[in-house]
Design a protein around this ligand. Sequence first.
Ligand code: ATP
Length: 253
Amino acid sequence: MLKLEHIQKSFDGVHILNDLSLEIPNGEIVSILGPSGSGKTTLLNLILGITEIDEGRILFNEQDMTHVPMEQRGFNIVFQDYALFPNLTAFENITYGLKNKPQISSPEEVQELVHLLGLEKHLEKRIDQLSGGQKQRVALARTLVMKPKILLLDEPLSALDGVIKESIKERIKMIAKEYNLTTIIVTHDPEEALTLSDRVLIINEGQISQYGKPEDIMNQPSCDFVQDFILNQLEIKRRNIFALFHPMQEQMV
Ligand SMILES: Nc1ncnc2c1ncn2[C@@H]1O[C@H](COP(=O)(O)OP(=O)(O)OP(=O)(O)O)[C@@H](O)[C@H]1O
């Protein structure tokens, strides 16, 4: 269980996160959803340990992680731009972290991940010979071979188009289940958050607007912000698609 207790963070005297508390059971996928500037990346960075907390505590399996340095927390992140080494092959990127710690994953475990992520055919390619979706999968594999206790993903799908997006979503779900890996994902896309996650954390201006299962958010939005920001966006999308199939009926509505 990952517990955040009364987290506070300010930058230059401005409150960014304000008394934020929540619990994430092991193995769950949680999306952090909110408008630009609401504090999503700041929260991810606090969990990762790259940013210091002003007040509050982070506990993982009852161990206080609040002041544990990033490298010792055992959490790991895939950045939005993947941050791959361009002069190395896909395989060299995937196994890079194992050079100094080969005991973490055996060759068989690396192979299993390569297989789960469908990367067998791309291992010898250089990074610039890969598509966006393939780069994303290499970045995921590179992080997963290090067996993180928690996987953090910053906008993992935003650079990908529809079909590839769905395939990466399915792979993220499969991996979280297979390895019982707590996975925390930052996104600003309500559809992505609601279809990918076990729970969704909706934040606005540094505070929790709602934290719950997708069906609870859909059926019982906690406040006007959730209704307006999340559900109305989805409704507009639904109407646009409906109008493509039924143009006459839409004009009559
Ligand atoms: N290192 C920093 N120093 C000062 N202000 C910062 C710093 N990092 C973030 N902020 C501010 O904190 C606020 C929240 O930023 P954050 O990146 O967490 O938002 P976000 O929800 O991830 O936004 P986006 O969706 O646009 O990426 C913003 O107003 C940002 O300018």
